[in-house]
Every structure is written in structure tokens, then in C-alpha cells.
Design a binder for this molecule. Structure first.
Ligand SMILES: Cc1cc2nc3c(=O)[nH]c(=O)nc-3n(C[C@H](O)[C@H](O)[C@H](O)COP(=O)(O)OP(=O)(O)OC[C@H]3O[C@@H](n4cnc5c(N)ncnc54)[C@H](O)[C@@H]3O)c2cc1C
Length: 467
């Protein structure tokens, strides 16, 4: 199959997000009109904002919680992702060990508790989001990928995780691709979820607990007004003593997060549902979540109706933390993803893509969330989960609540929470630094993983760029 044929499979793909392009999307919530008051105002209705509302109200049923979203709940990364809901709070175990060797055991335990709590919430509120625990398999497609796999398995096992090293035949037995030469499987600490339905279900859960949700109400400013803060949206405002900003990769209505968090665009394709014969040709009976282990990696999974979601590889940054709907579509990246798809599964020649989209991931130089406060502690924010925020955003919201309620907890004592990541430089150095790092990552993948001087320098400072 030629690259042209692969790209032709995109011809009828709708430029919309598969997960939210479905008839069971809830009716929109009202816009905020006029002046109201609350005990806690949450800005942003993605996973972070929704989890903040739910956890606040589960702690204190009498709290008056208002959530304000500029579009609709889930509009951002939360409905556009791969749906890998992973226990890790640290963008993977290895990244956690390298940044927080002294608290990694606590972070792993908190991550497992967090994933259990997500599962429990999904069941308690009857959220139909196809939440399924499964294994995550990292596949090797180049000999240099194999070098670190044995050590990775030992590391996971040291932390009590059910990890196994797979040879080429064992990897092929899970999922048939001529490109696989080995793999690592880690079972139990990941679930796959339908992300838009999770957002919709969390919104309904928050409302059932008493939260007032307003959509199509972009927040434009936050002003101190004596003993509280007034949050100004386009057609109304809320006055409250406490505010949480949960806008992640989007421009926040406060300055501070943009020093530490930048938006990088990640792109995704979704195929049509596979026929029984096509499913038989790839195997995949365990329906694991798959990622390859290059620096530039693909992630893929099955949907409930046997489509393949195929995303990742190329993370793009737009000047001045640019976030705009025009970045959702990229001929270059979507075309490249289509080519890689058919290289991985040549037996699926003829399969068409039905949806193509992209979205902004908030990333930090350490690839994990960061938190902060403003306005004398009356406001807190959480952002920057990089590509693993589906699970860790619940923890992010929990910490933001601890901070805004002035509570000292085992979470707020974590070094990961107390210390900020290395900030990104201002423009134009930010843009130049990201482009230089992207090129160095591409070179490293072409040269058998050799890091080169620029990545070596960043590694020494414990900083980097990822999606
Ligand atoms: C393509 C893609 C694939 C991904 N795949 C995975 C994956 O498989 N697993 C994983 O763990 N993570 C993945 N992620 C990352 C994950 O989706 C995010 O980390 C997570 O959804 C972040 O949630 P959030 O609520 O913090 O941010 P968002 O979901 O982006 O929510 C922020 C919300 O704030 C709103 N907002 C912005 N400005 C304002 C304002 N001024 N006023 C009011 N509202 C405002 C936005 O409209 C948005 O709804 C992926 C992300 C993308 C883009």
C-alpha cells in the first residue's frame, strides 16, 4: 500500500471529535446571566473542573458550587483524548522516579487510590462511560526499543505492578502487526474509558449533588472585591470566597500558569468499525491499550464498537501558547498518522477513517501537573498533566481543593505539589526552544535513541518536552 493510498483513507473523515459527535450528548446547560454568589467558583468544565465540583460537594453537601465553562463541559482535552485512564500521577513510573525518588512510593500508592476512586465514582453514579480495566502494552518496533524493556519490567515489579516482558511472538499473539519485535505489558493500573461520556456523566453527577453548571460563558476576568473574588463571565458574574481555575492548556484568566504550562497539539484518527473478519486479522482479544516506545510514540485502542483510535506521534506547539480551533486539523500530521497506521496494520488495507481531530495538551517541563495559588490563597489552579491527565486530573482537582480551603494534607506536603517545575522561557525563546527540542527528539528516534547534546543537556536539568 502506498503512502498516497494511506492518505486516501482520510478522504471522508469528518473533521470532528468522534467521542462527542454522538446523539447522547446532554442538552447544554444555561449561560451565566446576571449576578450570583457562591462558596466556590470553578472555571473550566473539563475533568479537573468537574472532579473539583464533585469532590467538594461530596466533602460538604451544603457548599454552593458554581462551575463556569466557556463552551460546554468536556469541550477541551477532556473529550478529545485517547481515553487511557492511568493510575500514574507522574507521567509514568520512570519519570516519577527520576523527579521524586524519595516520594515515588507515596505517589504510586496515591495514584492507585485515585484510579480506584474514579472507578468507584463511575459505578456509584451509574456513569456509562465504558470504563474497563485492562493492560497497557508498550510495543517495540526497533531493536533499540528492546534495550530498556527488561529494566522497565523490573522497575514496575519493584512497585508491586503486574508487569511482563514479551518476546516478538508473545506480542504478536496479543495483536498482530508485522512491525512488533517485543513488548512490555503492565496489567491493572490502567483503564480504558469513553472520555466524552465520562465528562457528561461527571457533569450529571456534579449537578445531582447540587452544583450549578453554566456553559457558553467564557470567563474574562477575576477581580478581588474586599473579602472575596468576583469572576466576570461574558454576560454575568459570580462572587465567592474561593475560586479554582481549571482551564489547563487554555489561556487562564490569571497570568501565573502560563509560565509553567504550554499547550501542545496532539492529533487523533478514528477508523470505521472493523468487521469480524478485520478484527480476526488483528487479534486484540484482550482489548489492551497500546503505545509504542519511541520518543515520538503512537497510542491506540479499540472503541466499544470496534473502531481503532490511533493518535500521537507529532506534538506541535504554536507561537505564544497558541490555542485555536484552526490547530485541530493538520493535513501533515493526520496524513502521517494514516501512513503509520497502515504500516502497522497492512492487513487492514481498505479500512477508512471516519473522524480526525486534535486538541491542546497542557504540558510542563517535568510532564506532570503543577499547582499554585493567587489572591492571598482565595484562588488555586491545577494544570499541566501532559498526555496523562484523564486519571490524574481527579488528583489534580483534589489538591486544588486542599489549597483553596487552606488545608494541609498528605497531598499538599508532597514535593511534587510544593515545588514548581522549571519554567518555560518567554517568547520568542519558548518557541525556538520547543522547535529545537522537537527536532532533537526526531533525530534521536532516527539514531537508535541516542540523545545527542541538546537532549543530554535538558536531561541533566531534568527538563524536557513531551505530549
Ligand atoms: C488528543 C489528546 C489525546 C490525549 N490522550 C490522553 C490519554 O489517552 N490519556 C490521558 O490520561 N490523557 C490524555 N490526554 C490529556 C488529557 O485529555 C488532559 O490532561 C485532561 O483532559 C485535562 O483536563 P482539564 O480539565 O484539566 O483540561 P480541559 O479538558 O482542557 O478543560 C479545560 C476547560 O476549560 C475551559 N475554559 C478555558 N478557558 C476558559 C475560560 N476563560 N472560561 C471558562 N472556561 C474556560 C475549556 O473550554 C475547557 O473545557 C490527551 C489530550 C489530547 C488533546
Amino acid at each position: 500500500m502506498t503512502n498516497g493510498d494511506a492518505r486516501a483513507a482520510l478522504a471522508s473523515a469528518e473533521p470532528v471529535v468522534f467521542w462527542s459527535d454522538r446523539p447522547d450528548a446532554p442538552a447544554p446547560a444555561p449561560a451565566l446571566i446576571g449576578s450570583i454568589s457562591a462558596d466556590l467558583t470553578i472555571i473550566g468544565g473539563g475533568f479537573t473542573g468537574l472532579w473539583a465540583a464533585i469532590q467538594a460537594l461530596e466533602d460538604d453537601q451544603g457548599l454552593r458550587v458554581v462551575l463556569i465553562e466557556s463552551e460546554w463541559c468536556g469541550f477541551g482535552a477532556s473529550s478529545r483524548n485517547g481515553g487511557f485512564c492511568v493510575a500514574s500521577l507522574t507521567h509514568g513510573l520512570e519519570n516519577g522516579i527520576s523527579h521524586w525518588p524519595n516520594e515515588i512510593e507515596t505517589l504510586v500508592a496515591m495514584g492507585s487510590e485515585n484510579l480506584d476512586a474514579i472507578e468507584d465514582t463511575v459505578h456509584r453514579y451509574g456513569i456509562k462511560a465504558d470504563f474497563r480495566r485492562t493492560a497497557e502494552v508498550g510495543v517495540a518496533t526497533e531493536p533499540w526499543h528492546l534495550e530498556s524493556m527488561e529494566e522497565a519490567v523490573e522497575t514496575h515489579r519493584r512497585f508491586g505492578q503486574d508487569a511482563a516482558l514479551l518476546d516478538a511472538d508473545q506480542t504478536q499473539a496479543l495483536l498482530h502487526s508485522p512491525t512488533y519485535i517485543g513488548g512490555v505489558s503492565v496489567r491493572g493500573d490502567v483503564a480504558l474509558v469513553d472520555p466524552a461520556r465520562l465528562c457528561w456523566g461527571l457533569r450529571a453527577a456534579a449537578e445531582s449533588l447540587g452544583a450549578s453548571v453554566y456553559e457558553r460563558s467564557p470567563v474574562q476576568a477575576i477581580e478581588p472585591d474586599g473579602t472575596g473574588l468576583t469572576v466576570h463571565a461574558s454576560r454575568g458574574n459570580v462572587r465567592s470566597r474561593r475560586v479554582i481555575v481549571a482551564t489547563n492548556a487554555y489561556r487562564a484568566p490569571i497570568r501565573k500558569p502560563s509560565r509553567y504550562v504550554i499547550p501542545v497539539y496532539d492529533h487523533v484518527l478514528m477508523t470505521e468499525p472493523l468487521s469480524d473478519a478485520q478484527m480476526a486479522s488483528i487479534g486484540w482479544e484482550g482489548r489492551e491499550g497500546i503505545g509504542d516506545v519511541s520518543n515520538q510514540f503512537h497510542y491506540y485502542r479499540l472503541s466499544e464498537d470496534n473502531r481503532i483510535l490511533w493518535g500521537g506521534y507529532d506534538a506541535t506547539y504554536h507561537y505564544r501558547n497558541g490555542v485555536d480551533p484552526s490547530h485541530d486539523q493538520s493535513e501533515e500530521t493526520h496524513g502521517m498518522l494514516a501512513e503509520h497506521f497502515f504500516e502497522t496494520f497492512p492487513q487492514l488495507e481498505g479500512v477508512q477513517f471516519t473522524h480526525r481531530w486534535g486538541g491542546p495538551i497542557g504540558t510542563t517541563t517535568r510532564f506532570t501537573a503543577t499547582w499554585g495559588t493567587a489572591h492571598s490563597g482565595m484562588l488555586s489552579w491545577a494544570a499541566g498533566y501532559t498526555g496523562l491527565g484523564v486519571g490524574s486530573s481527579r488528583f489534580g482537582a483534589r489538591v486544588a481543593l486542599d489549597l483553596v480551603f487552606g488545608e494541609s494534607t498528605s497531598r499538599t506536603e508532597l514535593e511534587m505539589v510544593r515545588r514548581k517545575p522549571f519554567p518555560f522561557p518567554p517568547e520568542p525563546f519558548r518557541w525556538a526552544g520547543v522547535q529545537m527540542t522537537r527536532k532533537a527528539i526526531q533525530r534521536s528516534d532516527r539514531r537508535d535513541g541516542r540523545r545527542g547534546p541538546w537532549l543530554g543537556l535538558l536531561d541533566r536539568f531534568g527538563i524536557g518536552f513531551d505530549s
